[in-house]
Write a protein that binds this ligand. Structure first.
Ligand code: NI
Length: 257
């Protein structure tokens, strides 16, 4: 079954039908999803969700654009939250110079601090990096992120950058953008990265694949991404599902099923 390595089911976009959607995931071929938090509030909502839903795991961390709210007290709370059962990663953390706020020095400082946290609690990281390729890579090299491990989520750079992260042992997260007509760069990356390093993700409610582009996304749309990846790699959809699910379990250090 399909493993969604990155979802935001705590988002208000799911306010009306969250129960219905989550209770139907497995019968619709989605074995599990990782709910990724983006803010301290999101951390608390994520913990509530993973306690309630067997099909959900959680990641705790603060998105670069929300790092203005961080202080050491909140890092302590993150540390505590990271020890909850079913929390499988620290994320999403990183740098975002597209939404260029708070100022870059603040983003960098808390990116580094959350990498340190992940190292301390021995969890992999979920990296968000947008229009910040060089700084992200520099920091990850300085911090020896290869020893921490994790995934570059919603990968948006080219094959050269992919090679750097593969060399560090990271997984590459691929989602709806793969199906976009203007997704040529990602299609190249998807052909380049070894199959055993690709994981599927939605980033829902965002980034719905074609033919549902522009609508609210959910894990139920992942078969469209599977189909496109199968086409690019010239393997069956079944193989794509099997390999990427195994990868997801390796990434998040879950037992094989
Ligand atoms: Ni996300």
């Amino acid at each position: 079954m399909i493993f969604d390595t990155h979802a935001h089911y705590d988002d208000e976009a799911f306010e009306g039908d969250r129960e219905e959607l989550l209770s139907g995931l497995q019968e619709n071929g989605i074995e599990a999803a990782v709910n990724v938090s983006a803010s301290m509030e999101g951390v608390e909502r994520t913990l509530e969700l993973i306690r309630k839903w067997p099909c959900l795991y959680g990641a705790v961390g603060v998105h670069p654009n929300e790092t203005g709210e961080l202080n050491e007290e909140k890092i302590s709370r993150l540390k505590e939250a990271s020890r909850e059962p079913k929390v499988v990663a620290v994320g999403e953390i990183g740098l975002d110079y597209y939404w260029d706020q708070p100022e870059r020095e603040v983003q960098k400082r808390w990116f580094i601090r959350q990498l340190e946290l992940a190292r301390e609690v021995k969890l992999p990281v979920i990296i968000h990096s947008r229009d910040a390729a060089k700084d992200t890579l520099d920091i990850m090299k300085e911090q020896k992120a290869g020893e921490i491990g994790g995934v570059i989520h919603c990968f948006s750079y080219g094959t050269e950058m992919a090679r750097e992260y593969l060399n560090m042992g990271f997984f590459i997260g691929i989602g709806g953008v793969l199906t976009f007509r203007n997704g040529k760069k990602l299609k190249e990356v998807a052909a380049f990265v070894p199959m055993d390093r690709i994981v599927l993700e939605t980033d829902c409610p965002y980034l719905s694949p074609v033919p549902n582009r522009g609508k609210r996304n959910s894990s139920l749309n992942l078969p469209y991404v599977v189909a496109e990846l199968a086409r690019i790699r010239e393997i069956s959809e079944e193989e794509v599902i099997q390999i990427t699910s195994q990868n997801a379990r390796r990434l998040y250090r879950l037992r094989e099923q």
